[in-house]
Ligand binder design. Structure first.
Ligand SMILES: Nc1ncnc2c1ncn2[C@@H]1O[C@H](COP(=O)(O)OP(=O)(O)OP(=O)(O)O)[C@@H](O)[C@H]1O
Length: 277
């Protein structure tokens, strides 16, 4: 990746009072590639991506997309609305629970249409066609388009959330535990769908998850966070296949499987430096 293409995160830091949630986190995401951010609960994954999408202000560090500084332009009064909108469009987020992020009073088609109206100058007929196309891309048809979110299954709702994110034509899609609430078979369907979209659209994925199976399935590179710091990063196959840091080994050993022994995990945790004091 050249310095000017893709997403580059450098030295991000965020403290809440005297608790440092994210500490000097850096990584890059090439256009169309897929990066996993893994770590235990409280390791700083969500705080990191919230800073990328502007839901949280970083204390230090920078985020650039295709060479443009996303924190720049904060001159007096902040960036102009058009700039802010353009920036918001570039990185879209899909959350764990689409039910909470979808307006219960607006039909599925209407909620995708909202995004088109916000970001693009399209007439009603063009918007209708684009809504149908986006829903079709995620495997939903006219029946679902006319329904309210509560009439859909969890997997269908997550498809709506993905269609809505894609409507903005982002460069990067941040998926924060986006399949965690779904049944395993539905998870697999959504992961397949996302894999296909990435291939076709060349959108970069940032996958926040505690599920190493998901990481193995969908990411090319991975960053391991612990207590807000990057302890290991690299190609997913290498990091999961031959982890170098004791904490990564601990995460791998913590996945329940045949012959799994919780007592061994406690021993490994002590070796990795124990819980935070
Ligand atoms: N708004 C906030 N105010 C105070 N502390 C916060 C806030 N948001 C996060 N934290 C703290 O920052 C640390 C990192 O939290 P974060 O949610 O980023 O972790 P995570 O790795 O995403 O965890 P999980 O997998 O449970 O979502 C935690 O110790 C958390 O308690």
């Amino acid at each position: 990746m050249t310095e000017t293409s893709g997403l580059a995160v450098r030295g991000l830091r965020k403290a809440y009072g005297d608790h440092v949630a994210v500490d000097d986190v850096s990584f890059t995401l090439a256009p169309g590639s897929s990066l996993g951010i893994v770590g235990e609960s409280g390791s700083g994954k969500t705080t990191t991506v919230r800073m990328l999408v502007g839901l949280e202000r970083a204390d230090a560090g920078s985020v650039t997309l295709d060479g443009r500084d996303r924190s720049a332009g904060t001159r007096r009064g902040g960036p102009r609305r058009a700039e802010r909108l353009a920036r918001a469009r570039e990185i879209q987020m899909v959350f764990q629970d689409p039910y909470l992020s979808l307006d219960p009073r607006i039909t599925v088609g209407g909620c995708v249409d909202e995004v088109l109206r916000l970001h693009f100058r399209l007439g009603p007929a063009a918007r209708r066609a684009r809504v149908a196309e986006l829903l079709d891309q995620v495997g939903l048809g006219p029946r679902e388009a006319a329904a309210l979110p509560r009439a859909l299954s969890g997997g269908q709702r997550q498809r709506v959330a993905i269609a809505r994110a894609l409507a903005a034509e982002p460069r990067v899609l941040v998926l924060d535990e986006a399949v965690a609430a779904l049944d395993v078979s539905i998870q697999a369907q959504i992961l397949e769908l996302l894999t296909g979209i990435r291939r076709d659209a060349g959108i970069g994925y940032l996958f926040v998850t505690h599920d190493l199976g998901v990481v193995r399935h969908i990411t090319e590179e991975v960053v391991v966070l612990r207590h807000g710091r990057v302890v290991e990063s690299g190609a997913t196959d290498r990091v999961l296949g031959a982890p170098e840091h004791p904490y990564t080994r601990l995460l791998l050993d913590s996945v329940p499987r045949r012959g799994w022994d919780p007592a061994r995990i406690d021993g490994a945790r002590a070796a990795a430096g124990g819980p935070r004091p």
